[in-house]
Ligand binder design. Structure first.
Ligand code: SF4
Ligand code: SF4
Length: 499
């Protein structure tokens, strides 16, 4: 479908090539706005210049323009008056050929749809095409709506993405981890001296702020700094917050982005649980959870609280004079705008307000920042479906970050953290990956909790080793004294016998 030859009307010879017929896509489920948008594409090609996936995999089929063209072709071949005539047994083959030639009708095969589906999922739903599109097509919602049709027709999601879907359904998290493991991070963090107390359980404390941690921050040990630093920040500021602990479930973003209609069930279960807490604010340090709860949940059910990303919550406290940064953080950092905080919800200022308020911290922007931030490729199911492309996208972003000369790359999302780290490791980059919460915690506490815990552990180990050495030395001394006393006794005995 992706080459231009396929725009040519069906010829007799082509009709002779037997192709397996495509299953029906429920196009009637698309709302009028999406249909108008599909028609609004002017084929200008601006999206081609900006798409971060096309940048790493220059395939015609992945360009938004091409996806629109290919979907319209599928739609025309399956819906409408002409499609009905072409499918009718009462119309002769010669008449069908004539109509096909006059109206440029082409039949779409199963293989054509499968090719389209692969291209539709080779997209991180980053929203860059939406920002640059002169026709203002709401592409992210368009891609997600098309994915839903594709899943309904059982063409999607892609095979490697199915494990995520299965895991969310079975364990309420996409990482195939048992439900009981959701709070393991906090028990471990307390034991390691990274938090003083385990986070407050909101159903007991009746706190007014719910901290929604999300699956990635809860389960992935490589990004544990996000949850740990966020909890330390809230404790240091004495916020009346709490977490859901073992009762927290996946926000459902993975299902929504991949087109699985099951997301509605998960959304409703979460909405009902949140609404019963009687909270004023829900905060999340995960851009993906935040975007989903703030923007997508209200399409399914009413929320009785406001939803903020943690950086927005902190920026507000700063503005109200309830937050000050007492200690300098003498570092040069660069900042990666997560697609779901930045482009999706316009959250560009809050992270920069926070960074500018921390004394000693220098921010060096990458050339692609704010609404032009280059996606790391972690979202939209791309990392699961196309890990090689995600790896290349992350490396490209890391290269851009390295070029700023910064020591650290900061972001506001555990998913970006995971995604960008793929690039850090692949390039063996000197950049250290950090979450914004770690800078805030460092300034509030006056130290990096991980460095402090490592130093404390080292000191404890040294003290233990010293105590053991002293004990061993005392033991050896006592043993030697005992031996000497015994020898003395024996000498005395011999002297007595020989006297
Ligand atoms: S930028 Fe918009 S109008 Fe232009 S080709 Fe891409 S989707 Fe179509
Ligand atoms: S949403 Fe991002 S990855 Fe997907 S087509 Fe648009 S620019 Fe490309």
């Amino acid at each position: 479908m992706s080459n231009e030859d396929k725009d040519i009307p069906v010829t007799q010879e082509e009709n002779e090539i037997k192709k397996e017929k495509a299953r029906d896509i429920p196009i009637h489920k698309l709302d009028m706005r999406r249909l108008i948008e599909l028609d609004a594409c002017t084929r200008c090609g601006e999206c081609l210049l900006w798409c971060p996936v096309y940048d790493q995999d220059a395939k015609e089929g992945v360009i938004p323009r091409r996806k629109v063209i290919d979907f319209l072709k599928i739609a025309r071949s399956q819906q409408g008056f002409l499609a009905k005539i072409m499918k009718s047994d009462r119309v002769g083959e010669s008449m069908k050929r004539l109509l096909a030639s006059v109206f440029r009708y082409s039949e779409v095969s199963d293989a054509d749809v499968e090719e389209f589906v692969k291209n539709l999922y080779e997209c991180s739903t980053c929203g860059q095409c939406e920002v640059v599109c002169p026709a203002h097509i709401d592409t992210v919602n368009l891609w997600e709506d098309l994915r839903r049709l594709i899943v309904r027709a059982e063409y999607g999601p892609l095979e490697p993405q199915k494990a995520l879907r299965k895991s969310v359904k079975a364990f309420d998290n996409p990482w195939q981890q048992p439900r009981a493991g959701r709070t393991k991070w906090s028990r471990r963090a307390k034991k390691d001296g990274l938090i003083q107390n385990e986070p407050r359980y909101i159903k007991k404390t009746k706190g007014k702020v719910l901290l929604f941690l999300g699956c990635t921050a809860s389960y992935d040990v490589n990004v544990k700094q996000v949850a740990i630093n966020t909890v330390n920040v809230l404790e240091a500021l004495d916020i009346d917050y709490g977490v859901l602990g073992k009762d927290e479930k996946c926000c459902g973003s993975v299902l929504l982005r991949m087109g699985d209609p099951e997301y509605e069930r998960l959304f409703m279960e979460n909405i009902n649980q949140f609404n019963m807490l009687n909270i004023g604010t829900l905060i999340s340090s995960c851009a993906g959870c935040f975007k989903t709860i703030r923007q997508d949940y209200p399409k399914v059910g009413k929320l009785n609280f406001e939803v903020l990303h943690t950086v927005e919550f902190l920026a507000r406290l700063l503005e109200e004079g309830k937050l000050a940064f007492p200690n300098p953080v003498n570092k040069t950092v660069t900042y990666h705008d997560p697609c779901h905080l930045g482009r999706a919800t316009g959250g560009f200022d809050a992270p920069r307000i926070i960074m500018n308020a921390i004394p000693g911290l220098k921010l060096k922007e990458m050339p692609r920042n704010r609404e032009y931030s280059r996606c790391c490729g972690a979202g939209g199911g791309l990392k699961a479906g196309y890990p090689d492309i995600q790896n290349k996208m992350a490396q490209r972003r890391i290269q851009e970050a390295e070029d700023t000369g910064a020591e650290e790359l900061v972001s506001c999302c555990p998913f970006c953290f995971q995604g960008l780290n793929v690039g850090v490791m692949a390039r063996n980059s000197p950049l250290a990956m950090k979450d914004m919460s770690s800078l805030v915690a460092e300034s509030l506490l006056g130290y990096d909790i991980f460095e402090k815990a490592a130093k404390d552990a080292e000191e404890k180990a040294a003290a233990r080793a010293k105590a053991k050495a002293e004990k061993d030395a005392a033991k050896a001394k006592a043993k030697a004294e005992k031996k000497a006393a015994k020898a003395e006794k024996e000498v005395a005995k011999v002297e007595e016998e020989t006297a």
